[in-house]
Design a protein around this ligand. Sequence first.
Ligand code: NDP
Ligand code: MG
Length: 381
Amino acid sequence: MPKHIAILGSTGSIGTQTLDVIRAHSDKLVVEVLTANSSADLLIQQAKEFKPNTVVIADESKYTQVKEALIDLDIKVFAGADSLSQVVQMGTVDTVVTAMVGYAGLKPTIEAIKAKKNIALANKETLVVAGDLITKLIKENHVFLTPIDSEHSAIFQCLTGEPQEIEKVILTASGGPFRTKSIDELQKVTKAQALKHPNWEMGAKITIDSATMMNKGLEVIEAKWLFGVEADNIQVVVHPQSIVHSMVQFTDGSIKAQMGLPDMKLPIQYALSYPDRWHSDFERFDFTKYPQLTFEEPDFDKFRCLAIAYDALRKGGNAAAIINAANEIAVDAFLKEKIGFLDIANLVEKAINGIGFVDKPSYDDYVATDVETRKYISSII
Ligand code: NDP
Ligand code: MG
């Protein structure tokens, strides 16, 4: 039986690579829903190729363009952010790939789980903001969540077939483009430099998060919710070659690693094929071409966002929602060249100290925290 897929954010880096995987496995995967924020041309092109049941363009000003382009095809077209939360509930959909970026992914992911859809999760911000709520909903609704993030896919693959006696998880990090720069040099780095990731081609927001290492901080929090490990049992190790995608250490001291060339199509495919593995023609890793795989400690003084994320995880409550919202606003300001690179960490720290702490937040508390933090950080910028 083929899986019937909705892709939230089909026009982005993860979204287009998900469509590559679907194209290669069209006997097993069928596209039901495609969505974009404002990339109307690409959404139209994708819809013509994959002939989904429904498409959504979040930007309402692009609705007429998309509607008219698809008029001769039997495809429903909706616009606006609320439509995203509705289309994931469609009866024909069984799996939702959350490839949207940022906090905007939270609401549709919640609605998808409530409608008993399995989730292939790329949108890590959802788990960072409301990991307790999401894990609770996953259990209550008896659905599966498979991770797409390469580190978490690695851990998930290491755990398959294990009784899950984890001693610790070891998250690898490339270290990003500024791994070897001094703090002084970081003061002057530009947007163009920050957008040049050494190993991965990704959307702008996660590429900047990789440069600040906030991405690894968000992934530490993501790992806690996915695998039930506490902050002290999550270790980050810098591994510039990005071949070992992460590791699990078991209570007998044995360590399992998942390895391969850096290509997001592999974790995307596994998230959709699990518990099976499907053939792929992705390039194979050759040990003899990499005589050295190296590992080093992260520098928490230089990459303060990583330290701040660990602190937020230990603090719990709405702390991670605060740092997520502050980071989204700060990264956007950096991309618009309104603030410097090191200001990102400064602003996230200001938010943690400036926004009220809520110990046991409800969904409404998370929403309020997000709104308040965005307002606060925007006013400082
Ligand atoms: P991109 O910026 O490349 O793509 C984001 C997608 O989401 C686009 O389709 C975009 O539409 C859409 N989108 C953005 N904002 C909104 C919104 N407010 N409402 C509706 N749709 C929206 O991001 P990535 O693919 O790089 O990342 C997606 C997620 O996956 C992130 O959470 C990231 O952290 C995670 N991830 C990404 C990896 C990667 O290799 N790229 C690796 C691991 C995790 P449009 O094109 O119209 O702007
Ligand atoms: Mg990752």
